[in-house]
Design a binder for this molecule. Structure first.
Ligand SMILES: Nc1ncnc2c1ncn2[C@@H]1O[C@H](COP(=O)(O)OP(=O)(O)OP(=O)(O)O)[C@@H](O)[C@H]1O
Length: 244
C-alpha cells in the first residue's frame, strides 16, 4: 500500500512557527481533506512534501509500494501537485502544451496505460478545438485549472496533492473533476486542501485539521453531519483563541 508519512515535523519562517512536532500518516485508498484557517500552513505542507521548500526538523517519507518501503529521499517518486494558481506556459497554445506534455511523459504514460492522444486530454478538460488553439495566457482561470488537473491526474502519481482545487471551475466541470479525484484514490495517496466544507464532506473519507501547528484527524463523527461541521468550526476557532 502506498503511504505518505509525516513525523515530528517542524517548520518556521523566521520566528513564525508553522509546524511544531506535526505527525500524521496518509494512506492510499482514502481521500483526505486538509482543513485549516488562512495562513495555517496548508500550502507550506504541500511544498515540503513536494520538496519545493526544506523542512526544519522531522521527516516526510513516502512508500510508493515499489518494494523499497518508506523513503525519506524520493527524487524518483512522482509527487503530483495541482496548484491553486496553475503553473502553465503562457505563450503555448493548449494543444501545443498537451502535445509537449505527452511527448516528455510518453514512457510514463505508456507504463500506466494512459492515452497518449493529446486530443483526449483536451476533451477530458472540456476544451474544444478552438480552445486548444488559444494561447494559455488567454484561457480563463477555470480553463487553466481544468487543464492542469487533467495532466496531473493522467500521470497517476503515487502521491497527489491538490491545493484548493475546483474553486474556479464551473459546476459541471467541478462534478467531473470530483469524480476523477475520487477514482485516483484507488492507486494514489490523495490529499487536498480546501476551505469549502461541502466539498470536503462530499468527497473525503477523512478530514485532517491543520491547527495549533499540528495535524489531527477528526474522528468519531459522521462526516456528513451538522455536528461534524460544528466541530470543525469549533476546533479551528479555538486555535485563534489559544494563539491570541
Ligand atoms: N516563503 C515564505 N516566507 C515567509 N513566510 C511564508 C513563506 N511562505 C509562507 N509563509 C507564511 O507561512 C504561513 C502559512 O502560509 P501558507 O500559504 O502555507 O498558508 P495556507 O494555509 O495555505 O493559507 P491559505 O488558506 O490562506 O491559502 C503564512 O503566514 C505565510 O505568510
Amino acid at each position: 500500500m502506498k503511504q505518505l508519512q509525516i513525523s515530528q515535523l517542524d517548520k518556521a519562517f523566521d520566528k513564525q512557527v508553522i509546524f511544531n512536532q506535526a505527525s500524521y500518516t496518509f494512506d492510499q485508498g482514502k481521500i483526505y481533506g486538509l482543513l485549516g484557517r488562512n495562513g495555517s500552513g496548508k500550502s507550506t505542507l504541500f511544498n515540503m512534501i513536494a520538496r519545493n521548500i526544506p523542512l526544519d526538523h522531522g521527516e516526510i517519507r513516502i512508500d510508493a509500494d515499489d518494494g523499497r518501503g518508506l523513503q525519506s529521499s524520493y527524487p524518483d517518486i512522482d509527487v503530483g501537485m495541482v496548484y491553486t494558481q496553475p503553473h502553465l506556459p503562457a505563450f503555448m497554445t493548449g494543444a501545443e502544451f498537451v502535445k509537449f506534455f505527452v511527448e516528455i511523459n510518453s514512457r510514463r504514460l505508456a507504463a500506466i496505460h494512459t492515452s497518449q492522444n493529446p486530443r483526449d486530454f483536451l476533451d477530458m478538460a472540456g476544451l474544444s478545438e478552438a480552445d486548444g488553439n488559444k494561447l494559455l495566457r488567454d484561457y480563463s482561470e477555470g480553463m487553466r485549472n481544468k487543464l492542469q488537473m487533467v495532466v496531473s491526474l493522467m500521470l497517476k502519481p503515487p502521491v497527489l496533492l491538490l491545493d484548493e482545487p475546483l474553486t474556479t471551475v464551473d459546476v459541471v466541470a467541478a462534478h467531473e473533476m470530483q469524480q476523477m479525484i475520487v477514482q485516483m484514490k484507488t492507486d494514489s495517496v490523495v490529499v487536498f486542501s480546501t476551505h469549502i466544507m461541502q466539498l470536503a464532506q462530499d468527497i473525503c473519507d477523512a478530514v485532517v485539521l491543520l491547527h495549533n501547528h499540528g495535524l489531527e484527524e477528526l474522528t468519531g463523527l459522521d462526516i456528513h453531519s451538522q455536528a461534524f461541521e460544528d466541530e470543525v468550526i469549533a476546533r479551528l476557532t479555538d486555535e485563534v483563541t489559544a494563539d491570541a
